[in-house]
Design a protein around this ligand. Structure first.
Ligand code: 3PG
Length: 529
């Protein structure tokens, strides 16, 4: 009898399918295109699920997945998987982050040409028997400026190809320094200047709360008249309504769209416009990319099933059971410190110093360092970073990572001190473990605190005056935001203090603005930990 049952619920390249079917002790069901109800009904029988972007692995699906051990994404994006739910249930989520980078970049370049030369429109006019030479006069891309938002793996390949085509390339990536960009032959540009100076703008970021609607009405207003906009990354990064308006007004000459907020889009207004060209999420749909991502994930599943080896997981490190038990509180602490550091340190990360103090320093700290790097990179790359590729990405980005060990600390005998440095900023965090497993932030720059790092956390820097906490609590209460925990740290004699508020729901921007209106509040940062 088969010991590991795998369900494939999206179209997987035949090479991956053959490889999985030929593996001993694995029973495969290939059912691409299952409806949500069918998936919920089928999933309890399976130990592994192989998906692409069409299957939505929601909390409801995960709740039904009583025997599921691993969700394997043949591709990069995991925005269709509820990772926190899977993690809670101990289900490993893995992806194949390398196999489709070139294909997606090439699709972007293809769209760049197609939108500049009206190729799809001219093709369909020809097929209707017309010869509209004048109507479809296009534009050269040579010597034009391409603005790239997000210079990760795909953005970098797009930049390289565009430079080869004689374009000037500007890029905005808050996590890369100007020097790092220069070494790629790309000019660093703040977002606003990129909007103002680019003839073509393309996005290559994951969809996160920072990147959602990064191209919106306000951004489009700042752009050159006749700008071209491309999205081959994720639906929602370019606000679809605002893009429609820009295209209708003629501010945006044309747009090339491969991805939509809801896929497949039904009766989408953008698809009614002549100056929009669209493809059905084809970025990674090449023979080469599909073969690569399918065989990558299948090998990962087989290795996991046979030897317990975990590769390219986004929610667990690669360790054996006993060591994992021992290290897990420190792995968790390290990841949280990393996530926090990136969210409070302005600019592209240049240097990371990790000091292991006391007890933790006597363990195998290598996976903890990886966990810290994963945490540091997660706010920038979301699903694109995992426990396997975090050190590689840090190296690729030129981040200087150092570790040091201290036998004893000034206050704690089991602590991690994380110092992150950018060109213009530095942060220093100290974390420890309370009890057996509870991660605690005990210092944030000059402030001593004692805060659990969990979920939505509001960081408020303010002047230490009576009544401050009451007024903050009252404002949040007025907006129905419940405070779960609160921690106050102060620097004696400086008059400054810091408040860490864990809230049950995220704090919306207008409430943050309301807090900043208080005369005693200097800065408010909404963190996701
Ligand atoms: C990805 O995230 O890997 C790409 O968007 C490809 O998605 P697909 O596998 O659904 O084509």
């Amino acid at each position: 009898m088969a010991s590991f049952k795998v369900l494939i619920s999206d179209h997987l390249h035949s090479k991956g399918l053959e490889l999985l079917e030929s593996a001993e002790e694995i029973e495969v069901t290939n059912s691409p295109g299952l409806s949500k109800e069918e998936l919920i009904e089928a999933i309890p029988a399976y130990n592994g699920l192989v998906i692409r972007s069409a299957t939505k692995v929601t909390a409801e699906v995960i709740a039904a997945a009583k025997n599921l051990k691993v969700i394997a994404r043949a591709g990069i994006g995991l925005d269709n998987v509820d990772i926190p739910e899977a993690t809670k249930r101990g289900i490993i989520v893995m992806n194949a982050p390398d196999g489709n980078v070139v294909s997606t970049a090439e699709h972007t370049v293809a769209m760049l040409f197609a939108v500049s030369r009206n190729i799809p429109q001219a093709n369909s006019s020809m097929k209707q028997g017309r010869w509209e030479k004048k109507k479809f006069q296009g534009k050269e891309i040579y010597n034009k400026t391409l603005g790239i938002i997000g210079l990760g793996r795909i953005g970098k390949v797009v930049a390289e190809r565009a430079r080869g085509l004689g374009m000037n390339v500007l890029a905005f990536d808050p996590y890369l320094s100007p020097d790092q960009m220069e070494s790629l032959g790309v000019t660093y540009s703040p977002l606003n200047s990129l909007f103002m100076e680019s003839d073509y703008i393309t996005v290559h970021t994951p969809l996160t709360k920072e990147t959602r609607s990064i191209i919106n009405r306000r951004a489009i207003k700042r752009m050159k008249d006749g700008v071209f906009i491309l999205n081959c990354a994720r639906g929602g990064i370019v606000n679809e309504d605002d893009l429609y308006e820009g295209l209708k007004e003629g501010k945006v000459a044309a747009a090339a769209i491969d991805v939509f907020e809801n896929e497949p889009p039904e009766d989408h207004p953008l698809l009614t416009l002549d100056n929009v060209i669209a493809t059905p999420h084809l970025g990674a749909s090449t023979h080469e990319a599909q073969e690569a991502v399918a065989t990558d994930v299948v090998r990962q599943i087989i290795d996991y099933m046979k030897t317990g080896t975990i590769r390219n997981a986004v929610n667990v490190p690669s360790l054996d059971g006993e060591e994992l038990m021992l290290l897990s509180p420190h792995l968790n602490l390290g990841e949280k410190l990393g996530m926090l550091a990136t969210q409070i340190t302005r600019g592209g990360l240049k240097k990371v110093v990790i000091e292991y103090v006391g007890e933790v320093g006597r363990l195998n700290t290598a996976p903890v360092t990886v966990s810290i790097l994963k945490g540091l990179l997660t706010p920038m790359l979301e699903d694109g970073v995992n426990f396997v590729n975090a050190p590689h990405i840090a190296k690729e980005r030129g981040i200087d990572v150092r570790t040091a060990f201290k036998e004893e600390g000034a206050y704690y005998n089991n602590a991690i001190i994380l110092t992150t440095t950018t060109a213009s900023d530095q942060s220093r965090l100290v974390g420890t473990i309370f009890g057996k497993r509870q991660p605690r932030l005990v210092r944030i720059n000059a402030f001593y605190v004692e805060a659990a790092m969990e979920g939505h956390v509001l960081l408020v820097y303010n002047m230490d005056t009576p009544g401050v906490i009451g007024s903050i609590g009252e404002l949040l209460g007025k907006h129905g935001i419940n405070i779960a925990t609160m921690d106050v740290g102060r620097v004696l004699d400086s008059g400054q203090n810091i408040i860490l508020l864990e809230t049950d729901t995220p704090v919306p921007t207008d409430v943050k603005r309301g807090l900043l209106d208080f005369p005693h509040v200097n800065q408010v940062v909404a963190l996701e930990l």
